[in-house]
Design a protein around this ligand. Structure first.
Ligand code: DAT
Ligand code: MG
Length: 140
């Protein structure tokens, strides 16, 4: 499998509970390397732009408000099959369905406040990385 890059976000519910280090350790233990990282506080409009693909979903307003409720840590993770590997380490969207040992099984509060975001495909990974980082900020 090829070396890929994917966009990860440690969400407000996790930064608020001081879980950033524990979550990053799970990525690193799985062989993913942090090649870019920053802590930012999104506005609701920025969160809405990032999650525009979900604009028609009933939870969109709640999602944007939540993502702007506290700082987030946005990172680019690199490794063999990084996109699917990151999704495996994250676990299912709903923590009730997430496999044991995954980030969402251990830390997520609910389907909405589920601690992490990860890109779902090569094209979205590329777009999401470009949304937050310039090429100069990616240091492999
Ligand atoms: P994922 O984050 O696993 O890629 P998604 O892309 O389907 O999941 O949804 C994006 C986010 O929207 C998800 O992390 C949390 C929120 N969300 C999804 N389904 C929801 C629901 N049924 N109720 C509330 N929030 C939801
Ligand atoms: Mg998604």
């Amino acid at each position: 499998m090829a070396v890929e890059r994917t966009l990860s976000i440690i969400k407000p519910d996790a930064t608020e509970r001081n879980l950033t280090g524990k979550i990053v350790a799970k990525f690193e233990d799985a062989g993913l390397r942090v090649v870019a990282s920053k802590r930012i506080h999104l506005t609701p409009a920025q969160a809405g732009q990032f999650y525009a693909v979900h604009a028609e979903r009933p939870f969109y307003g709640e999602l944007c408000e939540f993502m702007a409720s506290a700082p987030v840590v946005v990172q680019v993770l690199e490794g063999e099959g990084a996109i699917s590997k990151n999704r495996e380490v994250m676990g299912a969207t709903n923590p009730a369905d997430a496999a044991e040992g995954t980030i969402r099984a251990e830390f997520a509060k609910s389907v909405g406040e589920n601690s992490v975001h990860g890109s779902d495909a090569p094209e979205t990974a590329k777009e999401e990385i470009a949304f937050f980082f310039s090429g100069l900020e990616l240091v492999g």
